[in-house]
Design a protein. Structure first.
Length: 305
């Protein structure tokens, strides 16, 4: 083996991350999170990009075999490790501990329960499991989502969506009103100490920001009788992993508890099942279990004594 390291460069290495993460992915996530997890974060404005250069690859010749990266906050670190290279686990943990800024928060390692080599290496260095997090997924091979669209609503054609309406839906759906009132793009106001252009860009990035592997054509949007977008569900189709990666999902507060999110996920079921998807991701909220999500990933949040 000819192991070398390489620091991540956002303009050139997104494809390298995608190759590693799709190569080693399995539905139990025993080798690390799914590929869209990293790419979605990188294109999102909520990620602090000042430290991306600290993310590190390990390569065997030209083959990526390991990757350490942060998400949000910078002090939360994630790991991807190709089977057969478990001997790198200790070096990866040591790098994560020393390379990133400390700030006022302790370093947190976030590992899937099946990443046994990394968990053992972390324990040897004094880390313990502070708490466990459940992340639910839906297995198309074990069930079907078939919730109807409530009366008075309609699905929006993904090829003719309005970016500004999408941004307004995400703004309200993720309760961003604390940043200021959502106004039209050109209104010269200040909101939350930041310009409207920056604030709207933060939301628009989730719908129209360029991403090499995003599949915006599979986004599901629901509109009310007035044509306002009231439910948004993004979808990343990863055919090499038979994975339907759902992100993000939100409903405008006034339209919640009416079955819109369940109807949106049922629409994903019909489309993604037909493409050959085996599982669809969800989240930790009990909503997913309530509507029929059967699978669980366990995430271990580890900190040092």
């Amino acid at each position: 083996m000819n192991i070398r390291t390489k620091q991540f460069q956002i303009l050139t290495d997104t494809e390298l991350v995608w190759k590693l993460m799709t190569d080693v992915y399995d539905h139990d996530e025993t080798n690390g999170p799914a590929a869209p997890f990293f790419e979605y974060a990188v294109i999102s404005s909520w990620l602090d990009k000042d430290y991306l250069r600290l993310n590190r690859f390990w390569l065997d010749g030209g083959l990526p075999v390991a990757f350490v990266f942060y998400e949000n906050p910078v002090t939360s670190t994630y790991f991807v490790l190709r089977p057969g290279y478990e001997f790198l686990a200790g070096e990866m943990i040591e790098y994560a501990e020393n390379a990133y800024p400390k700030f006022d928060e302790p370093r947190e390692l976030i590992l899937r329960s099946g990443q046994t080599a990394l968990i053992e290496a972390a324990r040897e260095r004094g880390y313990y499991v502070e708490y466990e997090q459940i992340d639910r997924f839906f297995d198309f091979r074990k069930g079907k989502l078939d919730y109807p669209l409530p009366e008075g609503y309609r699905f929006v054609d993904a090829g003719s969506t309005d970016p500004l309406r999408s941004a307004k839906c995400l703004w309200d759906g993720f309760n961003l009103e604390e940043l200021g009132e959502f106004r039209d793009w050109e209104t010269p106001i200040k909101a939350g100490g930041r310009s409207p252009h920056e604030l709207y860009q933060n939301v628009l990035c989730a719908t129209i920001a360029p991403s090499p592997h995003a599949t915006y054509e599979h986004t599901v949007i629901i509109a009310d009788e007035n044509g306002d977008y009231v439910c948004f569900s993004g979808m990343w189709w990863v055919p090499e992993n038979r994975l339907a990666y759902m992100e993000p999902l939100c409903t405008v507060p006034a339209h919640r508890h009416k079955g819109l999110a369940a109807a949106a996920l049922s629409r994903h079921d019909r489309v993604m099942r037909g493409l050959g998807a085996e599982i669809m991701t969800g989240g930790g909220d009990d909503f997913y279990k309530k509507i029929g999500y059967q699978g669980e990933h366990i995430l271990l949040h580890m900190k040092k004594h």
